[in-house]
Design a protein around this ligand. Structure first.
Ligand SMILES: [Zn+2]
Ligand SMILES: [Zn+2]
Length: 168
């Protein structure tokens, strides 16, 4: 949404048009990083030094409440904010917490659970993994220290270990 439209939308929703709201909304339109409130504060503070972190939090909550931005809560971590309100999904790196957008129509058409008394209003798929940069660092570390055994998350126990723990 362009800033002109954003201002009109604020008016339509009966919200005050403030410089802080425009500044924060504008920044979220220019970044794909899904920043935290703290990161947003650091950026907007440069342009508007008297803004407080409390105002940033409050503004983000208000904009999210009115669906002008989206709140992403990845892996019980700090809330992250998304200027893109179109249906899309996310990949998150469990190492550096980078969030990447996934646009895939197949994910928009997952079967919605029914018969549980819930009215489902929407969903977002969050894939967890390790990004290319972090994968590169892990490989690099393994190269330096040749004694390091590569970490496997779903490896089966070795034959020796299973023989020791044989319950019979
Ligand atoms: Zn990463
Ligand atoms: Zn996103």
């Amino acid at each position: 949404m362009q800033v002109d439209n954003f201002i009109n939308t604020l008016r339509e929703k009966g919200l005050n048009v403030t410089y802080q709201r425009i500044l924060i909304y504008n920044y979220l339109q220019t970044t794909k990083n899904h920043p935290t409130a703290e990161e947003i504060y650091q950026v907007v503070k440069a342009e508007y030094p008297s803004i407080s972190i409390a105002t940033v939090y409050k503004t983000l909550e208000t904009l999210a409440e009115h669906d002008l931005i989206k709140k992403v809560n990845p892996m019980h971590d700090l809330a992250r904010f998304d200027g893109d309100t179109t249906p899309h999904h996310h990949l998150i790196c469990s190492e550096c917490r980078k969030i990447v957008d996934i646009h895939d129509e197949r994910l928009d058409a997952l079967p919605v659970p029914s018969n549980n008394g819930f009215q489902v209003n929407g969903y977002r798929v969050l894939f967890e993994g390790i990004c290319q940069e972090c994968l590169g660092q892990i490989t690099l570390k393994a190269d330096v220290d040749s004694d390091t055994v590569p970490v496997t998350f779903c490896g089966k126990p070795g034959s020796e270990a299973s023989a020791d723990e044989d319950p019979s």
